[in-house]
Each structure stands twice: as C-alpha cells, then as structure tokens.
Design a protein around this ligand. Sequence first.
Ligand code: NAG
Ligand code: NAG
Ligand code: NAG
Ligand code: NAG
Ligand code: NAG
Ligand code: NAG
Ligand code: NAG
Ligand code: NAG
Ligand code: NAG
Ligand code: NAG
Ligand code: NAG
Ligand code: NAG
Length: 780
Amino acid sequence: MKTLFCLSIFCITCILPAFSQCLADQKSLLLGLRNSLRFDLSYSTKLVHWNHTKDCCNWDGVECDVFGHIISLQLDQEMISGGIENSEYLFNLSYLEKLNLASNKFNKIQIPKGISNLENLTHLNLSCAGFAGQVPHEVLRLKKLVSLDLSSVDRSHLFTRFLFQLYLENPNLKMLVQSLKELKELYLDAVAISAQGNDWCHAVSSSSPDLRILSLRSCNLSGPIDSSLLELRSLSVLQLDNNNLASEVPYFLANFSGLTTLSLASCSLFGSLPEKIFEIPSLQYLDLSVNFALSGSFPPFLREGSLSTIVLTDTNFSGPLPDSISNLTRLSRLELSNCGFFGLIPPTIGNLTELAMLDISDNNFTGSIPLFHLSKRQRHEGASGNSLTGSLSSLEFLDVSSNNLEGPVPKFFSELGQLRILYLSSNKFNGTVQLEMFKNPYLEVLDLSHNDLFIQSTDSDSSLPMLPNVISLILASCKLQRFPSLHRQSRLFELDLSSTQLKGEIPNWIWEIGNGSLGHLNLSNNLLHGFQKPYKFPSLYVLDLHSNQLLGELPIPPLSTSYVDYSYNYFTNSVPNDIGHFLSNAHHFFASNNNLTGEIPPSICSATALYVLDLSANALTGSIPPCLPKNISHLGVLSLGGNNLSGTIPDTFSVNCNLQTLDLNKNVLTGKIPRSLVNCPSLELLNIGNNRIEDTFPCMLMKTSLRVLILRSNKLYGDLQCLEAIQEWLNLQIIDISTNNFSGVKGIFLSKCSDYNHERPGDGTDEDINHLHVHRFLKQ
Ligand SMILES: *[C@@H]1O[C@H](CO)[C@@H](O)[C@H](O)[C@H]1NC(C)=O
Ligand SMILES: *[C@@H]1O[C@H](CO)[C@@H](O)[C@H](O)[C@H]1NC(C)=O
Ligand SMILES: *[C@@H]1O[C@H](CO)[C@@H](O)[C@H](O)[C@H]1NC(C)=O
Ligand SMILES: *[C@@H]1O[C@H](CO)[C@@H](O)[C@H](O)[C@H]1NC(C)=O
Ligand SMILES: *[C@@H]1O[C@H](CO)[C@@H](O)[C@H](O)[C@H]1NC(C)=O
Ligand SMILES: *[C@@H]1O[C@H](CO)[C@@H](O)[C@H](O)[C@H]1NC(C)=O
Ligand SMILES: *[C@@H]1O[C@H](CO)[C@@H](O)[C@H](O)[C@H]1NC(C)=O
Ligand SMILES: *[C@@H]1O[C@H](CO)[C@@H](O)[C@H](O)[C@H]1NC(C)=O
Ligand SMILES: *[C@@H]1O[C@H](CO)[C@@H](O)[C@H](O)[C@H]1NC(C)=O
Ligand SMILES: *[C@@H]1O[C@H](CO)[C@@H](O)[C@H](O)[C@H]1NC(C)=O
Ligand SMILES: *[C@@H]1O[C@H](CO)[C@@H](O)[C@H](O)[C@H]1NC(C)=O
Ligand SMILES: *[C@@H]1O[C@H](CO)[C@@H](O)[C@H](O)[C@H]1NC(C)=O
C-alpha cells in the first residue's frame, strides 16, 4: 500500500511535466510583458528568444508548474530599462514563486508597488537592478518570501565610493524582518539601513530565527555585534563588510556552530581576534581584511580544517605562519598582504594541493623559499616531462614581494603548471636566474625586480617565444647587461628593464614585440646612448627613457602615449615643432635636464590633457607661449626653470586653473607677476626666483594654498605690509624674498616673524629684509 502510494506520487511528478503546457492566459501575460518592457535587444539573451509559436514553459528564463502556471521568471541581465512600473502583465502572474530582475538598468525608479500581488513569491531578487528610493511597504506583504536580495552594488564595487540608492527607513529593517517570518536568505548590501546602534542585531535575531544567510555589507550599520545574533542558530553566512562597527570581534562569534562564511572586511575592527574563530569547525571563508587595528596571530591548526579562504590583508596580524597550516588541507586562498607576519615560510605549505592563491607580500618573512615537498613519484613525473599533479599543483597566484627573503630563486617554480602570476620583487634574492626557466604555459606576470639577481638568457633563433604567455615582465634593478631575446613574445604588454645596466643602442626589434602588443616600456636608469635605426614606436601608453645617455633630437612620441619621460639624457637641438600634436593624449611629459635649445613650440598648447609638463634645466630661449597656461587647464605642474626664457610670464591663467606647482626659477623673465594666478586656488609652490621681475609683493596670493613662495633675486620693490598679516597666509611654510629691493616696515615685520625660524636674524634694516629667508613649519 505504502509502496503504491509513493509510486503514484513519483509518477505524477515524473510524467506530468511532460504534459505541462503553458496556459493561454499565462502565455498572453508573458507576451504582453515582453512587448511592454524596454530592453536592449542586442544584449538580451532570454527575452529576445521568446517565440510565440512555442510552448512558453520552454522559453528561456521561464518555468511552469505541472498545471502550466508560470512559477519562475528569471529576467536578470537583460538590460531592461523600463516598462514594469505598473505592469499588469507581470503582476498578474499570480502563481509566480521566483522572480529575478537582478542586474538590469531600471532608471532609479522605486520598486513597483504592484509587486504585492505576487503573494506566492518565495524568492525575489532585485539586486543591482537600478531600483532606488525607499523600499515600499508592499514588499512586506510577500509573506512567503524565503529569499530576498535587494543588494544594490556588486562585490567588486563595495569598497569604492557609492551613493545609497535604496533605503530601509520606513519601513525599516525591523518592520521588514517582522513581516517576512519565513526568510532564510537576506541580502541588503548597500541598502541604507537606518538603525540606532546595534538595533539591527536585535531586529534580525528576534524575528528571523531561521535565517541562514545575512548579508548587510555597506549598510551604514554601527556596532558592536550583539550576542543576540546567536539566536540565529542556522546562520551559515554572515557578511557585514564595510560598516563602521568600530569594535572588537566578539568571542561569541565562535559559538556559531554552522557558520561557513564570516566576512567583516573594512569594519574598523580593533583589538585582538579570538583564536577560537579559526576553530569554528564549519568555517570555510574568513575575510577580516582592511581592519588596520585588528591584531591577532594564527593558532596551531590541529585538525583537518574546513577553511578554504583566509583573507587578512591590511590588518595588524603578526607572528609566524605555523607549520600546521598544512592541516588546512582545503585551503585555496591565503591572503596576508601588508600585515606584520615574520619568520620562515613553512615548507609544509607545499602540501596544500588546493592552494591557488598565496599572497604574503609586504610582511617581514625571512629565510629562503623552501623547497616545497614534491613526492618521489612527482619528481619522477616532472623529470620525465609530465605535468605535476601533486603538491602546489593548483597554484595560480604567488606574491611574496616586499619581504626579507633571500637565497636563490628556486627552480621548482617552472614546474607549477597552473602558475599565472609570480611576484618575487623587493626581497634579497640573489644568484643567477635563467629567464627561460619560466616557460610555464600560463604565466602572464613575472616580476623579479629589486632583488640582487643576475638575469641570463640564451640567444636563440627559435621561432617560439621564450616566455610563452607573458604579458608583464618586470626586471627593474636586476643585473641584465644585455637585452634578453624577447623578439618572439606575442602578448608582452609591459616591459620594465629599468636600472639593469643595459648599454649601447635600444634594439629596434623591441618596438615590434608582439606586432605592437607592447604598451608600457621602461628603460630608464641605464647607459643607453641611442636608437638602433630604423625604428618606429608602436602604440605605447608609457615610454620611460629617463636617465640614460641618449643623444640627438628628441624623438616624437607615439600619439597614444599618456606618459613620456625623456629627462636626464643628452638630447640636443630644438624641441620638434609639432610635438604638441603628438602629446594630445599625454598627461605627463618630462624632458628636463637635457641640452634642448630653441623656443618652446606653441604646438605644446594642443597637449590639452597634460597634468605635468617639465622642460626644466635645458637651454630653451624665447618666451613662454601665452596659450600654455590658457589652454591646458588640467595642468598641475609646470616646470620651466633653469632655461633662458625671456619676456613676461603670460597673464593667462584661466578661471578653472588647476596649477599646484609653477617653477620658472633661473630664467631671464621680466615684467610683472601675473595677476591671473589668483585663478589657481590649488597653487602650493610658486618659484619665480632668479629672474628680472619688476613688481610689488604679490599680496593677491594671500589666503591661497601657497606653501612655498620663492621670489629671491628679482627686482621686486615696495613694502611688505600685506605679509605682516601673517596669519592670513594660511599655509605658507617657506618664503624667500632675499635679494630684491623691498622697503621693509622696519622692525615690525621682523618682530612679527620672530616666532619662526630665520635663517639670518637681523636688526630690521631694509637690507636685512632683502636677505630674509623665513621658514615656517607650523603645520607639519
Ligand atoms: C519562431 O519559431 C518558428 C518555428 O520554429 C520559426 O519559424 C520562427 O522564425 C521563430 N521566430 C522567431 C522570431 O525566432
Ligand atoms: C490583471 O488582473 C486584473 C484583475 O484580475 C484584471 O482586471 C486585468 O485585466 C488583468 N490584466 C491583464 C493584462 O491581464
Ligand atoms: C498561490 O498559489 C496557490 C497554489 O499553490 C494558488 O492556489 C493561489 O491561488 C496562488 N495565489 C494567488 C494570489 O494566485
Ligand atoms: C540574484 O541575481 C544575481 C544576478 O543574477 C546573482 O548574482 C545573485 O546571486 C542572485 N541572488 C541570490 C540570492 O540568488
Ligand atoms: C549613516 O548613519 C548615521 C547614523 O549612524 C546617519 O547620521 C547618517 O545619515 C547615515 N548615512 C546615510 C547615508 O544614511
Ligand atoms: C559560547 O560557548 C561557550 C562554550 O563553548 C559558552 O561558555 C559561552 O557562554 C557561549 N557564549 C554565548 C554568548 O553564548
Ligand atoms: C599591532 O600589533 C602590535 C603587536 O603585534 C601591537 O604592539 C600594536 O599596538 C598593534 N597596533 C594597533 C594599531 O593595534
Ligand atoms: C596537524 O594536526 C595533527 C593533530 O591533528 C598534529 O599532530 C600535527 O602536528 C599537525 N600538523 C602539523 C604540520 O603541525
Ligand atoms: C607536509 O610536508 C612535509 C615536508 O615539507 C612532510 O614532512 C609532511 O609529511 C607533509 N604532510 C603533512 C600532513 O604535513
Ligand atoms: C624584519 O626581520 C628582521 C630579522 O628578523 C629584523 O631585523 C627587522 O627589524 C624586521 N623588520 C621589520 C620592519 O619588522
Ligand atoms: C646570496 O646571499 C647569501 C647571504 O644572504 C650569501 O651567503 C651567498 O653567497 C649569496 N649568493 C650569491 C650567489 O651571491
Ligand atoms: C650639454 O650641455 C652641457 C653644458 O652646456 C655640456 O657641458 C655638455 O657637453 C652637453 N652635452 C651634450 C651631450 O651635448
């Protein structure tokens, strides 16, 4: 009898779906809905394929019950931008149990009130859909809701600045959870929850005893976490990242016996983390990163743990990494960057076969990289050319940079078949590295910079690239002495060979790497003296050639560049006339400390994106093009000192002037200090010393951001009355007015300044004033 009963149930559920055909009224509602929605046809993957000639129960994103009622509608990521506000079509689908409108583009409309018609909803997902404003009372009528997701930012944007779009004020969180008694999953990330203190804890714990998932990231919550939360006995996921909890991590969190995820990143936590937290038997995911005052250390891990992710980046955790870390056999992600860990890297890490990401950068680990254990079998397979399957075989990302590690770079790196990213920079590794060693098939980033390494590579005519997949190769301050054979690299984008003792010519093949894949080249701080000809720059973004011995005319940079540094070379001749046209995308252009002559070409004014322009310490003549301050409104740093520029300083600083530094020191400029400098509210450094400026003291710069004002060795005259109101010069720290013709208001000025450091204390005569260097360090 019993068997028969079960059998018949089985048959109903297994056979009926085959006959479930969408009912006519349901179909017409769906068609009506599709026709009324505004969505992007080119982006949609579901709605576009709804075909009225077919059974609507088989349409993408649609699910029916056995009777042909629509019970699930998954319309996430369809670029829907409108058409649901008063949609009778949607809100008449009264059998709906699951509705997903996540990741759409609704234009900051309120969650439609009609939603309350969908009384049978158990799952509602409106995350990142573009809804805004107060969450309406109507949502509270959805009494059967088990899962509610109203998160309005995705994880990757949680920590960037955002404005709250959705609010839970009235109704508030308490009213929400009191109404929705069945809730098991609640996601309200980036919804502004107004609650006093930690009322949110009481609200949730007293009303939603069955809650399994509670995600309240970036909700403007305050702390501390209250122990009433323990009443949520089924709690498995607790995510409170990016709230100002400003408290310690309470001991009782370790009492959650079923917790799998605990994420409290960026919560202003302090104090010491209870070690017990690491011992929660079910815990898989622990993220406490970006809590700079949170201390703690690892306990010994005594049993096979469940932890697979530990993120402690940017905390005050310290101590050693225990050998017993290998007992966390499921560990796949360990991120400990920028903490206070020290000691040796435990060799047992090599036992972590699941480990995919290991980041221990910016700590104080010492010793050498251990020869991670490889079993005999694995060694054998490795030797015979088969890929390793065992220890560390999952490792994709390894960052040990900025520690105190020493010794040779171990050879076994080449055997990590999944390795994509390897940072070994800023340690004390020494010895010789054969570059070909890194033949790992997936390796994209290799950074060996700032160690004591000698890099070798064999010159080969092989048609195969030496580093098959590398996109970024950073060898700064390694000893290189000659260019490695990178002819065949097909994906190389970033190449940093700075400070590597390279000499001779820059080989012309370098510009052809990967048929123009190169975008970022740094050859600075070498002994390079020229360009092998013929050569043609590819579409570079960054070209850094500073501090070499490059001769000849300044090369015209490619139009694509945003950063060009030619400074500290031996470039001669005049600046190419049309250079500005090629700098139209550049924000930094340095050509200082060369032997450039001639005038600054007016074409420079077409470089309207420039933020830094540095042509100082050359032999430039002529005047400063008036269009320069006028056209380049982004300009923050203009440095033309140490040339032979003449004429007046253009009085053309425009109203939206962004200048912070203006250095015209050591030229032969005449005329007045431009009055339009008052248009530059951010100006912090003004150096017009060692010129022939004839003017009075620039009182108009009072109440600006000026910190450093150098006027020395000009023909300035008049009194310094306005400087007497020294408190009006809010930020001024250094002023040098020496060697001018100022007539002091004898005594008064010096006595006013006597609180500050005078380089040369005097008795208050005019002469003394004209030798005055006042250094104020009031605000440090
Ligand atoms: C709908 O399906 C029919 C039959 O398979 C097909 O002929 C028709 O082109 C489809 N229409 C659309 C808009 O895809
Ligand atoms: C939706 O339901 C209401 C009430 O049952 C009905 O009056 C209305 O016509 C329906 N709208 C559509 C588009 O079916
Ligand atoms: C909810 O679903 C039940 C069947 O599960 C159905 O009888 C009821 O009519 C539905 N509610 C509404 C408002 O349609
Ligand atoms: C809601 O939908 C989004 C986008 O499809 C998805 O990433 C998210 O996990 C869903 N939320 C829930 C609770 O399933
Ligand atoms: C965040 O909460 C504080 C009180 O804790 C409140 O003053 C402030 O207005 C809230 N901010 C937003 C954007 O809701
Ligand atoms: C947590 O559990 C311990 C025993 O494991 C118990 O002594 C303590 O009272 C519990 N804390 C709370 C707040 O329930
Ligand atoms: C960081 O931890 C050290 C001990 O390792 C402690 O002396 C120091 O006070 C902690 N700093 C903060 C800000 O908590
Ligand atoms: C792993 O845990 C066991 C006890 O369960 C312990 O004896 C062993 O020392 C631990 N492993 C390491 C490497 O500490
Ligand atoms: C881990 O690796 C070490 C050697 O590095 C080895 O002695 C040990 O047996 C391995 N196994 C465990 C469980 O730690
Ligand atoms: C790092 O460790 C070394 C050796 O143990 C020690 O001399 C040094 O002071 C430590 N540095 C920091 C920043 O803690
Ligand atoms: C590397 O440095 C260590 C000291 O840290 C030194 O003993 C060793 O000789 C050096 N090796 C090479 C190849 O320079
Ligand atoms: C650059 O100019 C300086 C000073 O005029 C001179 O000493 C030097 O030889 C010149 N260098 C080159 C490469 O022209």
